[in-house]
Design a protein around this ligand. Structure first.
Ligand code: ZN
Length: 277
């Protein structure tokens, strides 16, 4: 799934390339991707200039006069800038042409959704109004985070991934944040001390800031997900202590963690430091 650093990077590149330009063509390859809450279809955008592009929760919103196209890439959605006439990808959902460049939305899993709505008609989009605390906003303070965490009864990694609480972390950065804070992914929220909670907040701020900078500095094409700089996600050994990175199932998702830097905090968890493996 595109995470916040990916979305910010994609957005900055799209703004640079497309703002102010008029839609000259449109194609829909996978109608299932599109939802219309206005009468008509994607051809409504023809002739309109792209006035603004911004992030709203985990959606990218393309603003045209009177209409917003809000895209939620879900698990596998990606954007790509192509030259018109380049062969279509098998995963092409739809495309908008802007003269000499085409914005393509690709989605291998066909799970993402694009909504064409009247300007600011957010209530027409399921799930958008329930967005949690924006991790990149000034409102994401230690106090707000600690008070959110205090009321949770679930495991810390489940909390971090809850988009109704936090906007937002996916699997990759949830692992990185817990590693940075030295907290085992299966720790219950209620077992975290005030200091743990503050450390976790600060880890989120640090990891996201560094990732935003790193992804931007790579300047890859927007369809490429830059992940090789991550410290534990999909890695073999811990960059800090050299221990073998382990995985634990948390709600059906694999969490990657270092058993030495993120020790088990309760009985019943595998203590990798004692197994000798
Ligand atoms: Zn380690």
């Amino acid at each position: 799934m595109p995470e916040l650093p990916d979305l910010l990077y994609v957005l900055s590149r799209l703004r640079e390339r497309l703002l102010g330009r008029h839609v000259t063509a449109e194609r829909v390859r996978e109608p299932v991707v599109l939802r219309y809450t206005v009468r008509g279809n994607l051809s409504l955008l023809l002739g309109r200039p792209l006035a603004e592009a911004f992030r709203k929760s985990h959606f990218l919103v393309f603003r045209f006069e009177g209409l917003d196209l809000a895209v939620n890439p879900m698990l596998a959605g990606r954007f790509r800038l192509a030259a018109p006439g380049e062969p279509d990808e098998a995963s092409l959902g739809f495309a908008l042409g802007f003269d000499d460049v085409e914005l393509r939305y690709l989605d291998d899993k066909r799970m993402g959704k694009a909504y064409l709505i009247a300007t600011d008609d957010w209530k027409a989009i399921p799930g958008l109004q329930t967005g949690g605390l924006d991790l990149l906003s000034p409102e994401f303070s230690r106090e707000r985070f600690v008070s959110l965490l205090k009321h949770r009864r679930d495991q810390v990694r489940v909390f971090l991934l809850d988009k109704k609480a936090l906007d937002s972390l996916g699997n990759a950065y949830a692992d990185e944040v817990l590693f940075e804070a030295g907290i085992h992914p299966k720790t219950f929220c209620r077992a975290l001390s005030h200091d743990d909670a503050v450390r976790l907040h600060d880890a989120i701020v640090k990891v996201m800031k560094e990732a935003v900078e790193e992804v931007a500095s790579r300047a890859e094409p927007i369809e490429v997900k830059v992940r090789d700089f991550l410290k534990v996600r999909l890695k073999e050994t811990c960059p800090r202590c050299g221990a073998k990175i382990r995985t634990a199932g948390v709600r059906g998702m694999d969490a990657y963690f270092c058993p030495r830097c993120q020790p088990a905090t309760r009985p019943g968890l595998v203590d990798w430091t004692r197994t000798g493996r």
